[in-house]
Write a protein that binds this ligand. Structure first.
Ligand code: XMP
Length: 333
């Protein structure tokens, strides 16, 4: 058995050995614990030759970009560029309802932007002490992602496409000769958290519930529009804040509010409304490969429902998802 205490030093040494003393490493960060720990390890290993990119895909949680700038840029001192691509993503997602198509569009748009950033970063580094080629791409892949993307349901269908597993498309690997660096690929989530603490990352980030790369787009059943993302985002923020106020956040592994684009009828005052259905989900799990539904008090859920209906325009009904994993996945799509 290996000691967690050794991991950081061993991994930093491995990264230095792999990357050498000239190459640049590009890494996508999201504000989650995995990408933050990955980025912090890279920063420790190679300093400013690690370049972090935050792509705003228009489907992130409320105020998330600002929080990432604060934590990674200011607190951890990581070289961070924020790419505002909300319009690009939402444009490409317009009218798309199939979950796998959504994931593919989002994944390939991320890669388009990483390619552009790799070129921009090399140009920017020219004639500086850190001039070099972008040769590596950081991914915060965890052990369960590796296992799950190798799993099969039935004779041939993989369970779900994880856009962050399985390497980059040929054009990025061959075209630009990028190689993947995955410092977390042998770790479970609780181990990543322990390492985050060791690296001095703030407890509120270390304990943050996971959030998928495609973001709110895979929490909207049906096609994604800016208005729908905004509604889901507001509802999610209310739900999470109420969970925190009730002191339940750390007892739950992952919670969120999603949106069903089918609409339901309600009465608000003397008005008849026809609004979206918000789906609340909260699960407990050790490894995210299976999960059980969290048991809230009915009174708590009724209060969340009332608050969302009152505060988020366009919502007519709120439901709580009682499906464990399996058969349900944690995300709605
Ligand atoms: P599922 O929905 O597959 O989720 O039960 C298991 C865990 O993985 C996260 N997840 C993703 N994370 N990109 C990510 O970075 C993705 O495409 C993705 N899909 C699911 C999910 O949030 C949960 O923690």
């Amino acid at each position: 058995s290996w000691k967690m205490g050794d991991f950081v030093q061993l991994e930093i040494a491995r990264i230095r050995e792999l990357v050498g003393d000239k190459a640049l490493v590009l890494g996508a960060v999201s504000g989650g614990v995995d990408s933050t720990v990955g980025a912090a390890l890279m920063k420790e290993a190679i300093g400013d030759r690690f370049k972090a990119i935050l792509v705003d895909n228009g489907c992130m949680r409320l105020n998330e970009c600002e929080q990432v700038k604060e934590t990674l840029g200011k607190h951890l001192g990581i070289n961070l560029t924020v790419v505002d691509a909300a319009e690009l993503f939402l444009g490409r997602l317009a009218g798309v309802t199939d979950p796998e198509k959504k994931r593919k569009i989002i994944g390939s748009t991320f890669i388009d932007l990483f390619e552009q950033e790799a070129i921009r970063i090399e140009k920017e580094a020219e004639n500086t002490p850190n001039s070099g080629k972008v040769e590596w791409f950081l991914q915060g892949t965890l052990y369960p992602d590796v296992i799950e993307s190798l799993s099969f349901r039935g004779p041939s269908a993989t369970i779900k496409t994880h856009h962050n597993v399985g390497g980059l498309p040929e054009r990025m690997m061959n075209g630009q000769g990028l190689r993947l660096i995955e410092p977390l690929r042998l770790l479970f989530k609780d181990e990543v958290r322990a390492i985050g603490r060791q690296l001095g990352i703030h407890e509120s980030l270390v304990n943050r519930h996971p959030f998928p790369g495609p973001g709110i787009a895979i929490r909207i059943l049906g096609d994604v529009t800016k208005e729908r993302v905004e509604i889901a985002r507001q509802a999610d923020n209310i739900f999470i804040n109420m969970i925190k106020e009730a002191g339940l956040y750390d007892q739950i592994s992952q919670a969120f509010a999603g949106l069903d684009t089918n609409r339901s009828v309600g009465v608000f005052g003397d008005q008849r409304v026809w609004g979206y259905i918000i789906i609340l989900r909260a699960v407990r799990t050790k490894d995210f490969m299976s999960a059980e539904v969290f048991n809230f008090d009915n009174a708590f859920l009724a209060n969340v429902s009332r608050t969302i209906c009152n505060q988020v325009e366009g919502v007519a009904r709120v439901v709580y998802d009682l499906t464990s994993k399996p058969p349900g996945t944690i995300e709605l799509e």
